[in-house]
Ligand binder design. Structure first.
Ligand SMILES: C[S@@+](CC[C@H](N)C(=O)[O-])C[C@H]1O[C@@H](n2cnc3c(N)ncnc32)[C@H](O)[C@@H]1O
Length: 236
């Protein structure tokens, strides 16, 4: 296996990550040597006795804002641990919406550094000074970046070579092929009166492949017509 992807996570709640990153595919990816996780507590870089990482907003208004200095110092300390340059990611609902295409691109990097926000978000100079790639996991607001980071990490590490048991499982998946995936069935062939489509029991691989393609197009047309390739959109 090629050199591991290094993922540095900067957070005020590192304890959230330890169980999550050692379970299921993120844990398998680490145990297989495909990824190395490094957690950094932003509070370790606070300069006062209360370990404050937030302060009141200039201009007034509700909530607290994450101060720039602990974040800058934490980023600098994390980056100094390894000569590999890090691709910096700031998690924010104002960022580019995460897509499978972006996930595929991130899986090709050698090092990701992910900054998780809290409260009202970051002092604007974090954006200005660190020039990160700003990523959102969807058009809704979470209370913190930790679960967004976990979404991103999980989506990326499952694409690393050797992580999924069957390398083909990621190929047909929703979004990877540009379509939503076809429906799946397993045993029994009949359950509470609901039958598995005959074609899947036929053993005819070409027909199964054709059925799956048709189902993927149909499902995408019904649920996410915006994803359809142009030639399929024209069919109406
Ligand atoms: C309560 S949110 C701040 C929202 C901010 N006041 C705004 O309106 O844009 C606190 C933190 O959660 C994280 N977060 C919340 N929603 C997110 C999303 N959809 N995608 C990525 N990160 C998110 C970010 O790190 C953010 O700094």
């Amino acid at each position: 296996m090629s050199a591991a992807l290094r993922v540095d996570v900067l957070t005020i709640f590192p304890e959230i990550f330890r169980p999550a990153l050692s379970t299921s595919i993120p844990g398998i990816a680490e145990r297989k040597g495909a990824v190395v996780y490094r957690l950094h507590d932003i509070r370790d870089f606070a300069t006062d006795s209360h370990r404050s990482v937030d302060d009141r907003p200039y201009g007034g208004g509700p909530g607290m804002v994450m101060k720039p200095d602990p974040i800058f110092h934490c980023v600098e300390a994390a980056e100094a641990q390894d000569p590999e340059p890090a691709f910096r990611i700031l998690l924010t609902p104002q960022g580019e919406r995460l897509t499978q295409k972006r996930v595929e691109d991130l899986a090709l990097k050698r090092r990701l550094l992910i900054v998780c926000g809290h409260y009202e978000g970051f002092d604007e100079r974090v954006r200005e000074g660190l020039r990160p790639c700003e990523i959102s996991v969807g058009d809704y607001v979470l209370s913190g970046g930790e679960f967004a980071a976990f979404v991103l990490i999980d989506a990326v590490v499952r694409l690393l070579p050797g992580v999924l048991g069957d390398a083909d499982s990621a190929k047909d998946e929703s979004f990877t092929s540009g379509l939503l995936e076809y429906p799946h069935y397993t045993r029994p062939s009949e359950f509470r009166g609901m039958k598995v489509p005959e074609i899947l029991l036929s053993g005819d691989h070409a027909k199964v492949a054709q059925w799956r393609r048709e189902q993927a197009i149909l499902r995408t047309r019904l649920r996410r017509a915006d994803l359809l390739p142009e030639e399929e959109k024209e069919k109406g």
